[in-house]
Design a protein around this ligand. Sequence first.
Ligand code: TXE
Length: 494
Amino acid sequence: MTGPPVDAPLEEVVSTDPRDGRELGRYPLHSAADVAAAVTAARRAASWWSGLGYAARRSRLDAWRRLILRRVSELVELISAETGKTTADAQLEAILVVDHLRWAAAHAGKVLRRRHVRPGLLMYNHSATVDHHPLGVVGVIGPWNYPAFIPIGPIAHALAAGNTVVFKPSEYTPGVGKWLADTLGEVVGEQTVLEAVFGFGDTGAALCTSGVDKVAFTGSTSTGKRVMAACAESLTPVLLECGGKDAMLVDRDADIAAAADAAVWGGLSNAGQTCVGVERVYVHQAVAERFTELVVENAAALRTGVGRDADIGPMATREQPSIVAEHIRDALARGARAALGGPDSVRPSTVEPVVLTEVREGSLALTEETFGPVIVVNRVATMDEAVAQANACAYGLGAAVYSRARGPQIARKLRVGMVSVNSVLAFAGVPGLPFGGTGASGFGRVHGPEGLREFTRTQSITRQRVRPFLRPLSFERSPRTMDALMRLIRIVYG
Ligand code: TXE
């Protein structure tokens, strides 16, 4: 569980700017009783919201999107202030927010509408339909690295599917959480369909046991396990997005300059604090030297700092630099080489780019999420070796493959939820694509049709249209009936 960002009195969450330590705002620390009250209110609003239907919800969510766009500079400024990320990174985040919100609102009706299913031979006399009902109230627990983009996935999809949401933003980014809830409140005035609750781990834990109908969590794997354990008590379903250790694979026929550019951006943008950021690169030995040179050259040219002209901003939390430093020290102690930077690159709030090569198996930089501007570049003899090494990791979130001839072929061998071929992170920008991982990266999907269905209860209904000729579902069935059915099945399916 994380501690307060500053030495705050316990009844408040204090948000500060990692660039200069300036206080940005104070938010009430919500107790378990406050969370329960928010969930009760959300449950009242849920029947009204689900009763509106897809078209009316869509028009309200579209109005929210337009409001966000009108005031997008506010959102960008707030994201930058609470996370320290550069304006360009915050703008990209805001663009993704709007795009995913638009998609969820536009597609919920199509994806979730009643579907007819062929009844099959045995039940030929029935009609069969599938409905997707909203669950009711969804609890969303958000992280600090993308305080708007990550939670908007479950929030937009849950709302579009007809649920209401109680959202606990990270204690580092309560202001963004409040801004999202307030702006939606401005366009949906009748009832509160998105309520923000503030606090640390205890508030998140209270949300898990508050009686919500599902919890969508993004954060560390260790906290994800605690969330799942808390939800197990009441069989509350969970969706867990628990981070990654994403690999990029670079084949000998790849566009090396493009791959190096992508590795540097994918690994270092947002100061490396991206769950689908590039943390490890496996590059074919035939091109490894050239690739590594370019990565080092490109990374060395970036400006790190707290100023507005920086390419890499400060780390978003006080804890993160020490985790990054530990991973660098551990890799070097086990025999890795620092091709750029090293332990001295880690300052109290900023971390300059670090490129490590020849990192040995078992090093923390290969097994644990570093979540900092550190790129591991290891060479491999074949792409099969690259795939094996990429897969030899507990995490399985995303990956990237650079290859002119064999990109998708290599991608399909990776045990991850998403892959970008000849680009990085592109899958996160396609709203129709489900987003999520496997293994220690969690399970469940946000975005795309799967992301909408996550927040629904599937109900199957059969309706008998005519009385059957044979009646297998009755004690009145005779041995002759069953024999006739057996014969029929053999003829048709045999
Ligand atoms: O996350 P936590 P932290 C990874 C990253 C980072 C590490 C630690 O590697 O170094 O996690 O970050 C709430 N019940 N990622 O400690 O604790 C908490 O208040 C319910 C990856 O900041 O997992 C916050 O809102 N909720 C990741 C949220 O969980 C609880 C993004 C996440 O916090 C809780 C963030 C509890 N018992 C960190 N304890 C990504 N992949 O995007 C805490 N929380």
